[in-house]
Every structure is written in C-alpha cells, then in structure tokens.
Design a binder for this molecule. Structure first.
Ligand code: SF4
Ligand code: SF4
Length: 76
C-alpha cells in the first residue's frame, strides 16, 4: 500500500518536526500526543526509532518537514 516510507533511520535527528507538523495538520494545534508518527529515543543512545501509526492519513505533511531525508512517500 502507499504510505510513508522510513529510511536511514539512524540519521534521524530527533527534532520532532514531523510529529509537530502531523498534529498541527490534523488538529490545528501542536500536540505530540496527536501525531500519527512517533519518534522515540532509543534507550541510552543518541538514536531514534521512527514509526507511523496505522491510522496515518497519508497526507505527506511530515515528509515536507523532515529535513534529514528520513521520510518519503511511497510503497511501504
Ligand atoms: S502522512 Fe500525514 S497523517 Fe501520516 S504521519 Fe505524516 S503528517 Fe501524519
Ligand atoms: S524523522 Fe525527520 S522530522 Fe522526524 S524527528 Fe527524525 S529528522 Fe526530525
């Protein structure tokens, strides 16, 4: 299915812009809890795990705001 593709996850900066963009796009306000994409810091490491929820709307807004090339639109 079409969706948000995650690649080079080790390059994720943990900036959370994707989460902020997602929540604002979908609710009109900034709220990490409302994001359909999740960025979690891996325990005791400066690396992050990025996951997209099943209820992602595939709007592509998070892709626009990821400046590290982690997110793209395409086949999962
Ligand atoms: S594609 Fe849209 S709904 Fe899905 S995670 Fe990205 S911003 Fe959120
Ligand atoms: S996936 Fe991109 S926008 Fe989201 S936290 Fe990582 S670097 Fe930032």
């Amino acid at each position: 299915m079409a969706g948000i593709k995650i690649s080079n996850m080790e390059e994720c900066a943990g900036c959370l812009l994707c989460m902020m963009a997602c929540s604002f796009s979908n609710t009109g306000s900034f709220g990490l809890a409302d994001a359909k994409i999740q960025v979690d810091r891996i325990y005791k490491q400066n690396r992050y795990r990025v996951t997209v929820s099943d209820d992602c709307l595939e709007c592509g807004r998070c892709v626009e705001y990821c400046h590290f090339g982690i997110l793209s639109e395409g086949e999962e």
